[in-house]
Design a protein around this ligand. Structure first.
Ligand code: NAP
Length: 291
């Protein structure tokens, strides 16, 4: 039975997920590029590694939850990276939203080191992450998934096995595509209603009670109405996800014009960094500004 867990990437998601392993009784070793974010976990009893390879030395199963493809490549493949020492027998699980192509590249490097890999990106934001209620999409060998399952259960309400390596990353893109477009669609519908003096509050109440409602909408309405709540998923991450979706579609020879149009709007919104760190649903504020 696995007793030692490593966790790298203590951003908004990682800092909500990693403490669950301490609560579940695992010995936890963490790493984050900016060391200040490791303090709350050190205070809870986690070991703090000075570089990624120390995490791989200490743990049998190692999770990564990083911003983007270049962060994942840096943490796995750089000098003192996760794969720089002998990692035979370890199981690596990357939960970042990245290109399936990068996932496959990393998994091949891991295979060369006689270790195992699962891609396991997640659906759900900071609140479900804190409660261990994420939805996880897994790609890889089913035996490795069985080995990882008790640890995945600590983080999730459900694990969906998508197929071979890279399939979990692919399924995550499939799920994120409509969500990105949804927030932009809501922004456009509010703009339309405002032109006839309908209030945002009333419109959002009506949408949330109609067949145009997504489960996550009610949770996001206070932010859309201007309440100053912690940002769970920022606009630069949304733009990154759309870019990953478009690049992957291009590689597969698929034309997705609505996604392209949505990407252009989010990209414009983060151009001067004004909206980069704001919640992605604030696309409504940007649309208002440019109309
Ligand atoms: P975040 O708050 O921006 O955190 C990003 C993490 O990656 C930080 O730990 C950051 O370290 C690290 N990082 C970035 N570049 C790095 C590099 N070059 N080398 C080493 N570490 C690097 O992002 P997040 O919201 O937690 O999201 C993490 C992943 O989960 C992303 O792929 C995102 O798309 C996905 N996701 C997010 C949500 C959500 O609601 N937030 C939901 C589902 C999936 P520093 O602290 O040093 O910057």
């Amino acid at each position: 039975m696995i007793k030692s867990v490593g966790f790298l990437g203590l951003g908004k998601m990682g800092s909500a997920m990693a403490p669950l392993f301490i609560q579940a009784g695992y010995q936890l070793t963490v790493f984050n590029r900016s060391i200040d974010k490791t303090k709350p976990l050190r205070d809870k009893g986690a070991l703090v590694a000075g570089n990624p390879s120390e995490v791989a030395d200490n743990a049998e199963i190692i999770f990564t939850m990083l911003g983007d493809d270049s962060a994942v490549e840096a943490v796995y493949l750089s000098e003192n990276g996760l794969l720089s020492n002998d990692v035979r027998g370890r199981l690596f699980i990357d939960m970042s939203t990245i290109k399936p192509r990068t996932t496959i590249k990393i998994s091949k490097e891991i295979e060369k080191k006689s270790a195992a890999f699962i891609d396991a990106p997640v659906s759900g934001t900071v609140a479900p992450a804190e409660k261990g209620e994420l939805l996880i999409f897994c790609g890889g060998d089913e035996n490795d998934l069985q080995r990882a399952k008790p640890c995945l259960d600590v983080l999730s309400r459900r694990v969906i096995y998508a197929g071979k390596t890279g399939s979990g990353s692919f399924l995550k893109l499939v799920v994120n595509l409509p969500l990105a477009i949804y927030w932009q669609a809501i922004a456009e519908s509010l703009l339309l209603g405002r032109s006839a003096d309908l209030s945002d509050e009333m419109m959002l109440d009506a949408i949330a009670d109609s067949s145009a409602a997504l489960a996550v909408l009610k949770m996001k309405i206070p932010i859309m109405l201007g309440e100053d709540l912690p940002v769970a998923f920022d606009m630069k991450s949304m733009t990154k996800d759309l870019s990953v979706i478009l690049k992957t579609a291009e590689e597969m020879g698929i034309h997705i014009p609505t996604t392209q149009s949505s990407f252009e709007v989010y990209s414009d919104a983060i151009k001067d960094h004004k909206y980069s760190d704001k919640d992605a649903v604030k696309i409504i504020d940007y649309m208002k500004e440019v109309n």
